[in-house]
Design a protein around this ligand. Structure first.
Ligand code: BGC
Length: 532
């Protein structure tokens, strides 16, 4: 995903939605492409009704699904007063991050020594123990560095008392206590199946590491105090920093990164007995890990599922597992664009003439789409595409996508301004569809706890983390625009009350920066203070 390629240009596409640099065609869009774009843009006219369909299905899933709307042991949001020094671990779909985080109560927080690694592909399959032994080594790297940086007093304290660890784990889990979590089937290319307890896996791996340390490089004991999903960490971290005030309510956390997910606070009374806490108060609320991308979410998506979605799913490691994620997750956006482009470009030339990466499954990174959408014009888009697909010959440009030699043998297909403009339009259509679906699902989730039916005077904050929302040019703005469209329609239809005194009902997306790391530490702080 593009780390910083954010464009400031904001055009209006044919569908009437804001997008990045939508190409301003000087020549008509080829009719085959018009047909492809129409299929991708079909949901854009229906966002309020898709949101309603999500709301209905999420109500049902909260009541009946055993793999979605999972209860967690968390019953409250942070007060913002939590304090302490915690080790935080964030295991996502693409990266592992480990950091030491200081929480200063009312005075914010500091992320100290930290490390970030790409998770090697070979660790995503096979035995979970091998992945966790690698994770333990990375914990050792960060803790060792921290011990090397701090004064002798802090070092002695840590070595004698150990460190408290908060874990963000970006996968489904079954949880009844803060310090344990049973792994459930995973997506995002992770194929190992284990019903093991995450805490035992991590402890065993870290103990194994400890058994190899020497007195010269000692490591402390670790106490796993909190484990949670990344959607929950996003909400907790943002709520820690901007907790609810008279005018604002932080009510949900969403992730749009490699994968996608959401959490919301739900009144216990709305849940079936099987999802209610077995101890503690039977009133109040509970944070749910919705796992909103898993198969139960499919029905509202059906009318908008294209042949490319079907193909991507059939070729996925777990067909049918996360249909929603396959339409919006960063792992998949580039692959969808590749499949659509392959259809379009192979209508003119044999597939064999197309660039190798265009024919290769996952050959097209979502980051390229992000960069192309951020590019200022089709010339820049063209050079990005040439560099990516054909770095050796990227300086040569042809005037048409397929050229012929004098002997009538087709030459190798090459990028040109027309095909670059098509790529940009297709990429924009795929990412705009994703933004619309995330917006509809978010409003649907807020329907589960009737959030929008109450507190009409407050601005609702949806806290987010994830590279797609954070880095993909204007994705957040497009998503927020669709959310507001739904809210306004629902106010007009009296499905939710208007804001008092003529103000606009507002649902805003706020970034939970470093949400995985910070949220893990915040939850550890909440657990230590007994306020969860
Ligand atoms: C996982 C969720 C996670 C989401 C975002 C999904 O694939 O099932 O647990 O929150 O990705 O990382």
């Amino acid at each position: 995903m593009a780390p910083s390629a954010v464009s400031t240009i904001d055009n209006t596409s044919t569908s009437g939605t804001k997008n990045t640099n939508a190409a301003k065609p000087t020549t008509p869009i080829p009719s085959l492409e018009v047909g492809l774009l129409e299929k991708l843009e079909a949901p854009l006219a229906d966002v309020p009704s898709i949101a309603r369909a999500f709301e209905v299905i999420y109500h049902n899933l909260a009541l009946t699904a055993s793999d979605q709307f999972l209860p967690t042991p968390i019953r409250a949001l942070p007060t913002g007063e939590e304090k302490g020094r915690f080790l935080a671990l964030d295991l996502g779909g693409t990266n592992l991050r480990v950091a030491v985080v200081w929480l200063y109560g009312g005075d914010g927080l500091k992320v100290c020594t930290q490390g970030s690694w790409n998770i090697p592909e070979h660790l995503k399959s096979g035995a979970a123990e091998v992945l966790f032994r690698w994770v333990a080594d990375r914990i050792g790297d960060v803790v060792g560095e921290y011990l090397g940086d701090v004064g002798s007093e802090e070092k002695e304290r840590i070595l004698s008392e150990g460190m408290e660890l908060g874990v963000t784990f970006s996968f489904p889990m079954e949880q009844t206590t803060h310090d344990s979590a049973l792994l459930m089937p995973m997506g995002k290319g992770f194929t190992f199946t284990t019903t093991n307890d995450l805490s035992s896996l991590l402890k065993a791996a870290y103990d194994d590491l400890l058994s190899t340390t020497t007195p010269t490089y000692p490591l402390p004991r670790l106490d796993i105090v909190a484990i949670t999903n990344d959607s929950i960490s996003a909400l907790l971290s943002a709520a820690y920093l901007h907790h609810s005030t008279e005018d604002v309510r932080a009510v949900a956390g969403i992730i749009a990164g490699t994968g996608t997910n959401a959490t919301c606070l739900c009144p216990v009374s709305k849940l079936p007995a099987s999802k209610q806490p077995t101890s503690g108060s039977s009133t109040g609320a509970i944070l749910l890990n919705t796992e909103w991308s898993i198969r139960g979410t499919a029905p509202p998506l059906k009318p908008y599922t294209t042949t490319w979605d079907v193909q991507l799913d059939l070729e996925n490691e777990k067909p049918g597992f996360q249909p929603f994620e396959e339409m919006v997750g960063g792992r998949y956006l580039g692959e969808l664009v590749r499949l659509v482009c392959l259809d379009l470009f192979s209508s003119n030339v044999p597939k064999s003439q197309l660039p190798e990466k265009m024919k290769l499954r996952y050959g097209l990174d979502t980051k390229l789409c992000s960069d192309v959408e951020a590019s200022v014009n089709d010339d820049e888009a063209l050079s990005l595409l040439q560099d990516y697909f054909d770095p050796d010959t990227s300086s040569s440009t042809t005037s048409s996508a397929a050229t012929t030699t004098s002997s009538e043998e087709p030459e190798e297909w090459k990028w040109d301004l027309l095909s670059a403009a098509s790529f940009r339009r297709i990429s924009t259509a795929v990412s705009t569809r994703a933004a619309a679906l995330v917006a509809a699902a978010t409003i649907g989730v807020l329907g589960v706890n009737d959030e929008l039916k109450h507190h009409a005077e407050k601005q609702v904050l949806v806290c987010y983390t994830g590279t797609v929302l954070e880095k993909y040019p204007t994705f957040r703005e497009r998503c927020e625009g669709f959310m507001m469209e739904v809210v306004e329609r629902w106010v007009a239809e009296s499905r939710i009350p208007p804001a008092p005194s003529g103000k606009r009902r507002a649902v805003r997306l706020v970034e939970a920066k470093d949400g995985g790391i910070v949220g893990a530490a915040v939850l550890a702080g909440m657990v230590k203070e007994g306020r969860t």
